[in-house]
Design a protein around this ligand. Structure first.
Ligand code: ZN
Length: 320
């Protein structure tokens, strides 16, 4: 019996930002096709995402922001308030499914139906702030799931590991004063969105629960894995999360057009493996990984495949 879930929804392909926009529906189509052609799909428990309720979104976002997204789609607007975040009539549905898919996945893992899961949805989430859309992101899918784990499912400590090449400003800001959610990010720096310096370590009671590991342009597997091993893994060991969420962007890949870093498929495989190992004791291997960026279709598929193969290998090896 498979113990790794795979959550997606075909309507996440309806969000369309224009023919030349890198965050395009083909990203999801390609991942699903790759999982099917490689036989990976047969090893996964596939589940169709359901839309998130407004009350679930409201754990992170203001009512004004939730309404603004709805109205922009209803009124046929093509752009939200930030310069690169486009919407179409179906974007709200896609965004509700994206957030809902992550919430579904964490519920199933907490219930013990799955050991871990990969959620392939779009639009992505980690740039979305409490009050506004930003950087291709409408709602902050991973932040919403972390709040759901804390407030609805009663977990005491949740960790978010974000290896998208861009810093997850929205996620950091959501939790920077919250000692119960540990946010760690590896990202190219300096780079969009400009946040994520190593001195940003959280605020007030949350000081120390934010860990930024900025990486220079041209850094690759050896630099990313060294920080992973020597800084991130010990910090996670100290924090002892009950659940680990991954903001799994694959745009740090050397072939990605939106970055200058040189991570390989093997690098993503090794980061996944290391995270599965470190999450074993405190979290009992409970991991939900959520797609963020990744804009070169071939390297996106190769990286997502390597990532999910590790989730399956580890998920299947755990006691049931
Ligand atoms: Zn990114």
């Amino acid at each position: 019996m498979t113990r790794t879930g795979f959550v997606t929804h075909p309507d996440c392909e309806l969000h369309f930002a224009g023919p030349s926009h890198p965050e395009r529906p083909e990203r999801l189509v390609a991942i699903v096709e790759r999982f099917a052609s490689s036989g990976l799909l047969d090893e996964l428990a596939e589940h169709t995402a359901r839309p998130a309720a407004a009350s679930v979104l409201a754990r992170v976002h203001t009512a004004d922001h939730i309404r603004a997204v709805e109205l922009a789609c209803l009124r046929g607007r093509t752009m939200l308030d930030d310069g690169d975040t486009y919407v179409c009539a179906e974007s709200q549905r896609a965004a509700l499914l994206a957030a809902g898919g992550v919430v579904d996945a964490v519920e199933r893992v907490v219930r013990g139906e799955w050991n871990n899961a990969f959620v392939a949805v779009r639009p992505p989430g980690h740039h979305a702030e409490e009050t506004h859309a930003m950087g291709f992101c409408l709602f902050n899918n991973v932040a919403i799931a972390a709040r759901h784990l804390r407030e609805q499912l009663g977990l005491a400590r949740v960790a978010i590991v974000d290896w998208d090449v861009h810093h997850g400003n929205g996620t950091q800001h959501t939790f920077e004063r919250d000692a119960s959610v540990f946010y760690a990010s590896l990202h190219q720096y300096p780079h969009y969105p400009g946040t994520g310096g190593s001195r940003e370590r959280g605020l007030g009671e949350g000081e120390g629960a934010t860990l930024n590991l900025p990486q220079p342009a041209r850094s690759g597997d050896s630099e990313w894995l060294a920080d992973f091993e020597h800084v991130l893994v010990p910090a996670l060991d100290d924090f002892a999360p009950e659940f680990v969420l991954i903001s799994a962007g694959f745009d740090a890949h050397r072939d990605d057009p939106l970055s200058a870093t040189r991570v390989s498929e093997q690098g993503f495989r090794e980061m996944t493996r290391r995270l599965l190992e470190v999450a074993q004791r405190p979290s009992r291997g409970r991991i939900v990984s959520v797609l963020e960026g990744g804009y070169d279709l071939a390297s996106l598929c190769n990286s997502a495949q390597a990532h999910v193969e590790e989730l399956i290998t580890y998920g299947g090896s755990l006691p049931q």
